[in-house]
Ligand binder design. Structure first.
Ligand SMILES: N[C@@H](CCC(=O)N[C@@H](CS)C(=O)NCC(=O)O)C(=O)O
Length: 206
């Protein structure tokens, strides 16, 4: 059976959500991070993932890390209903996957860390402002796309949408103020995190 390593309050959540969308049974191993004695730093875990970060999977001997890569692999292997039906759908999925990973995720995390997550004395307002400035036109690209398309995958919510939502979920859970500037994206994100599979996965974090 598929094994998923990583506490749910981490990027392991993205993999749990995909497993719910694709109905993939899995065994969860609660590898912890950022705490004293974090399991992610244990030698047995480093042997699976040399980055000592989460998530990692072991799918009957296929061991891999990197949440986006894991989700693309699992969705294809387990015939997730969201998987693209044609090459144009695959193009949309890949485009949005790389855009989110390369252009959105890093500044998003910087904003979150320096506005919400770090203890107040460790926050750096300048870093947050700079990241927000970088993020704003990039979010506008998504807002403009959603002004012309119902979803990132077109009419139906598909794998392109999953790849965007599974990362930008963090904006939703952290009540990202910037979302207020992008109403179409916010409506789309609210709908994405309200899907039954997303709700099931969200319960795991509680
Ligand atoms: N690009 C990697 C990033 C993995 C990552 O940074 N995971 C965080 C949790 S969300 C982690 O393990 N942090 C603990 C650490 O860096 O020590 C992915 O998407 O899987």
């Amino acid at each position: 059976m598929l094994k998923l390593y990583g506490q749910y309050r981490s990027r392991a959540f993205r993999v749990a959500w995909l497993c719910k969308e694709a109905n993939i049974p899995y065994e969860h191993h609660n590898v912890t991070i950022n705490v004293e004695g974090a399991t992610a730093k244990a030698p047995w875990y480093a042997a699976l993932n040399p980055n000592q970060r989460v998530p990692t999977i072991d799918d009957d001997g296929v061991v891999m890390w990197e949440s986006a890569a894991i989700n693309l692999y699992l969705a294809e292997k387990y015939k997730c209903p969201l998987w693209p039906k044609d090459i144009a759908g695959k193009a949309r999925m890949l485009q949005w996957t790389f855009y989110i990973a390369n252009d959105i995720e890093q500044p998003m995390i910087t904003v979150m860390r320096h506005r919400n997550m770090l203890p107040p004395e460790q926050r750096n307002a300048k870093l947050a402002d700079d990241a927000e400035q970088q993020l704003t036109p990039r979010m506008q690209v998504m807002e403009d796309y959603l002004a012309k398309n119902r979803n990132f995958d077109g009419d139906a919510w598909g794998m392109a949408d999953f790849m965007v939502a599974s990362v930008t979920y963090s904006m939703w859970i952290n009540k990202f103020a910037l979302l207020g500037k992008f109403p179409k994206f916010k409506v789309w994100l609210d709908a994405s995190v309200s899907r039954p599979a997303a709700q099931e996965a969200r319960k795991l974090r509680e």
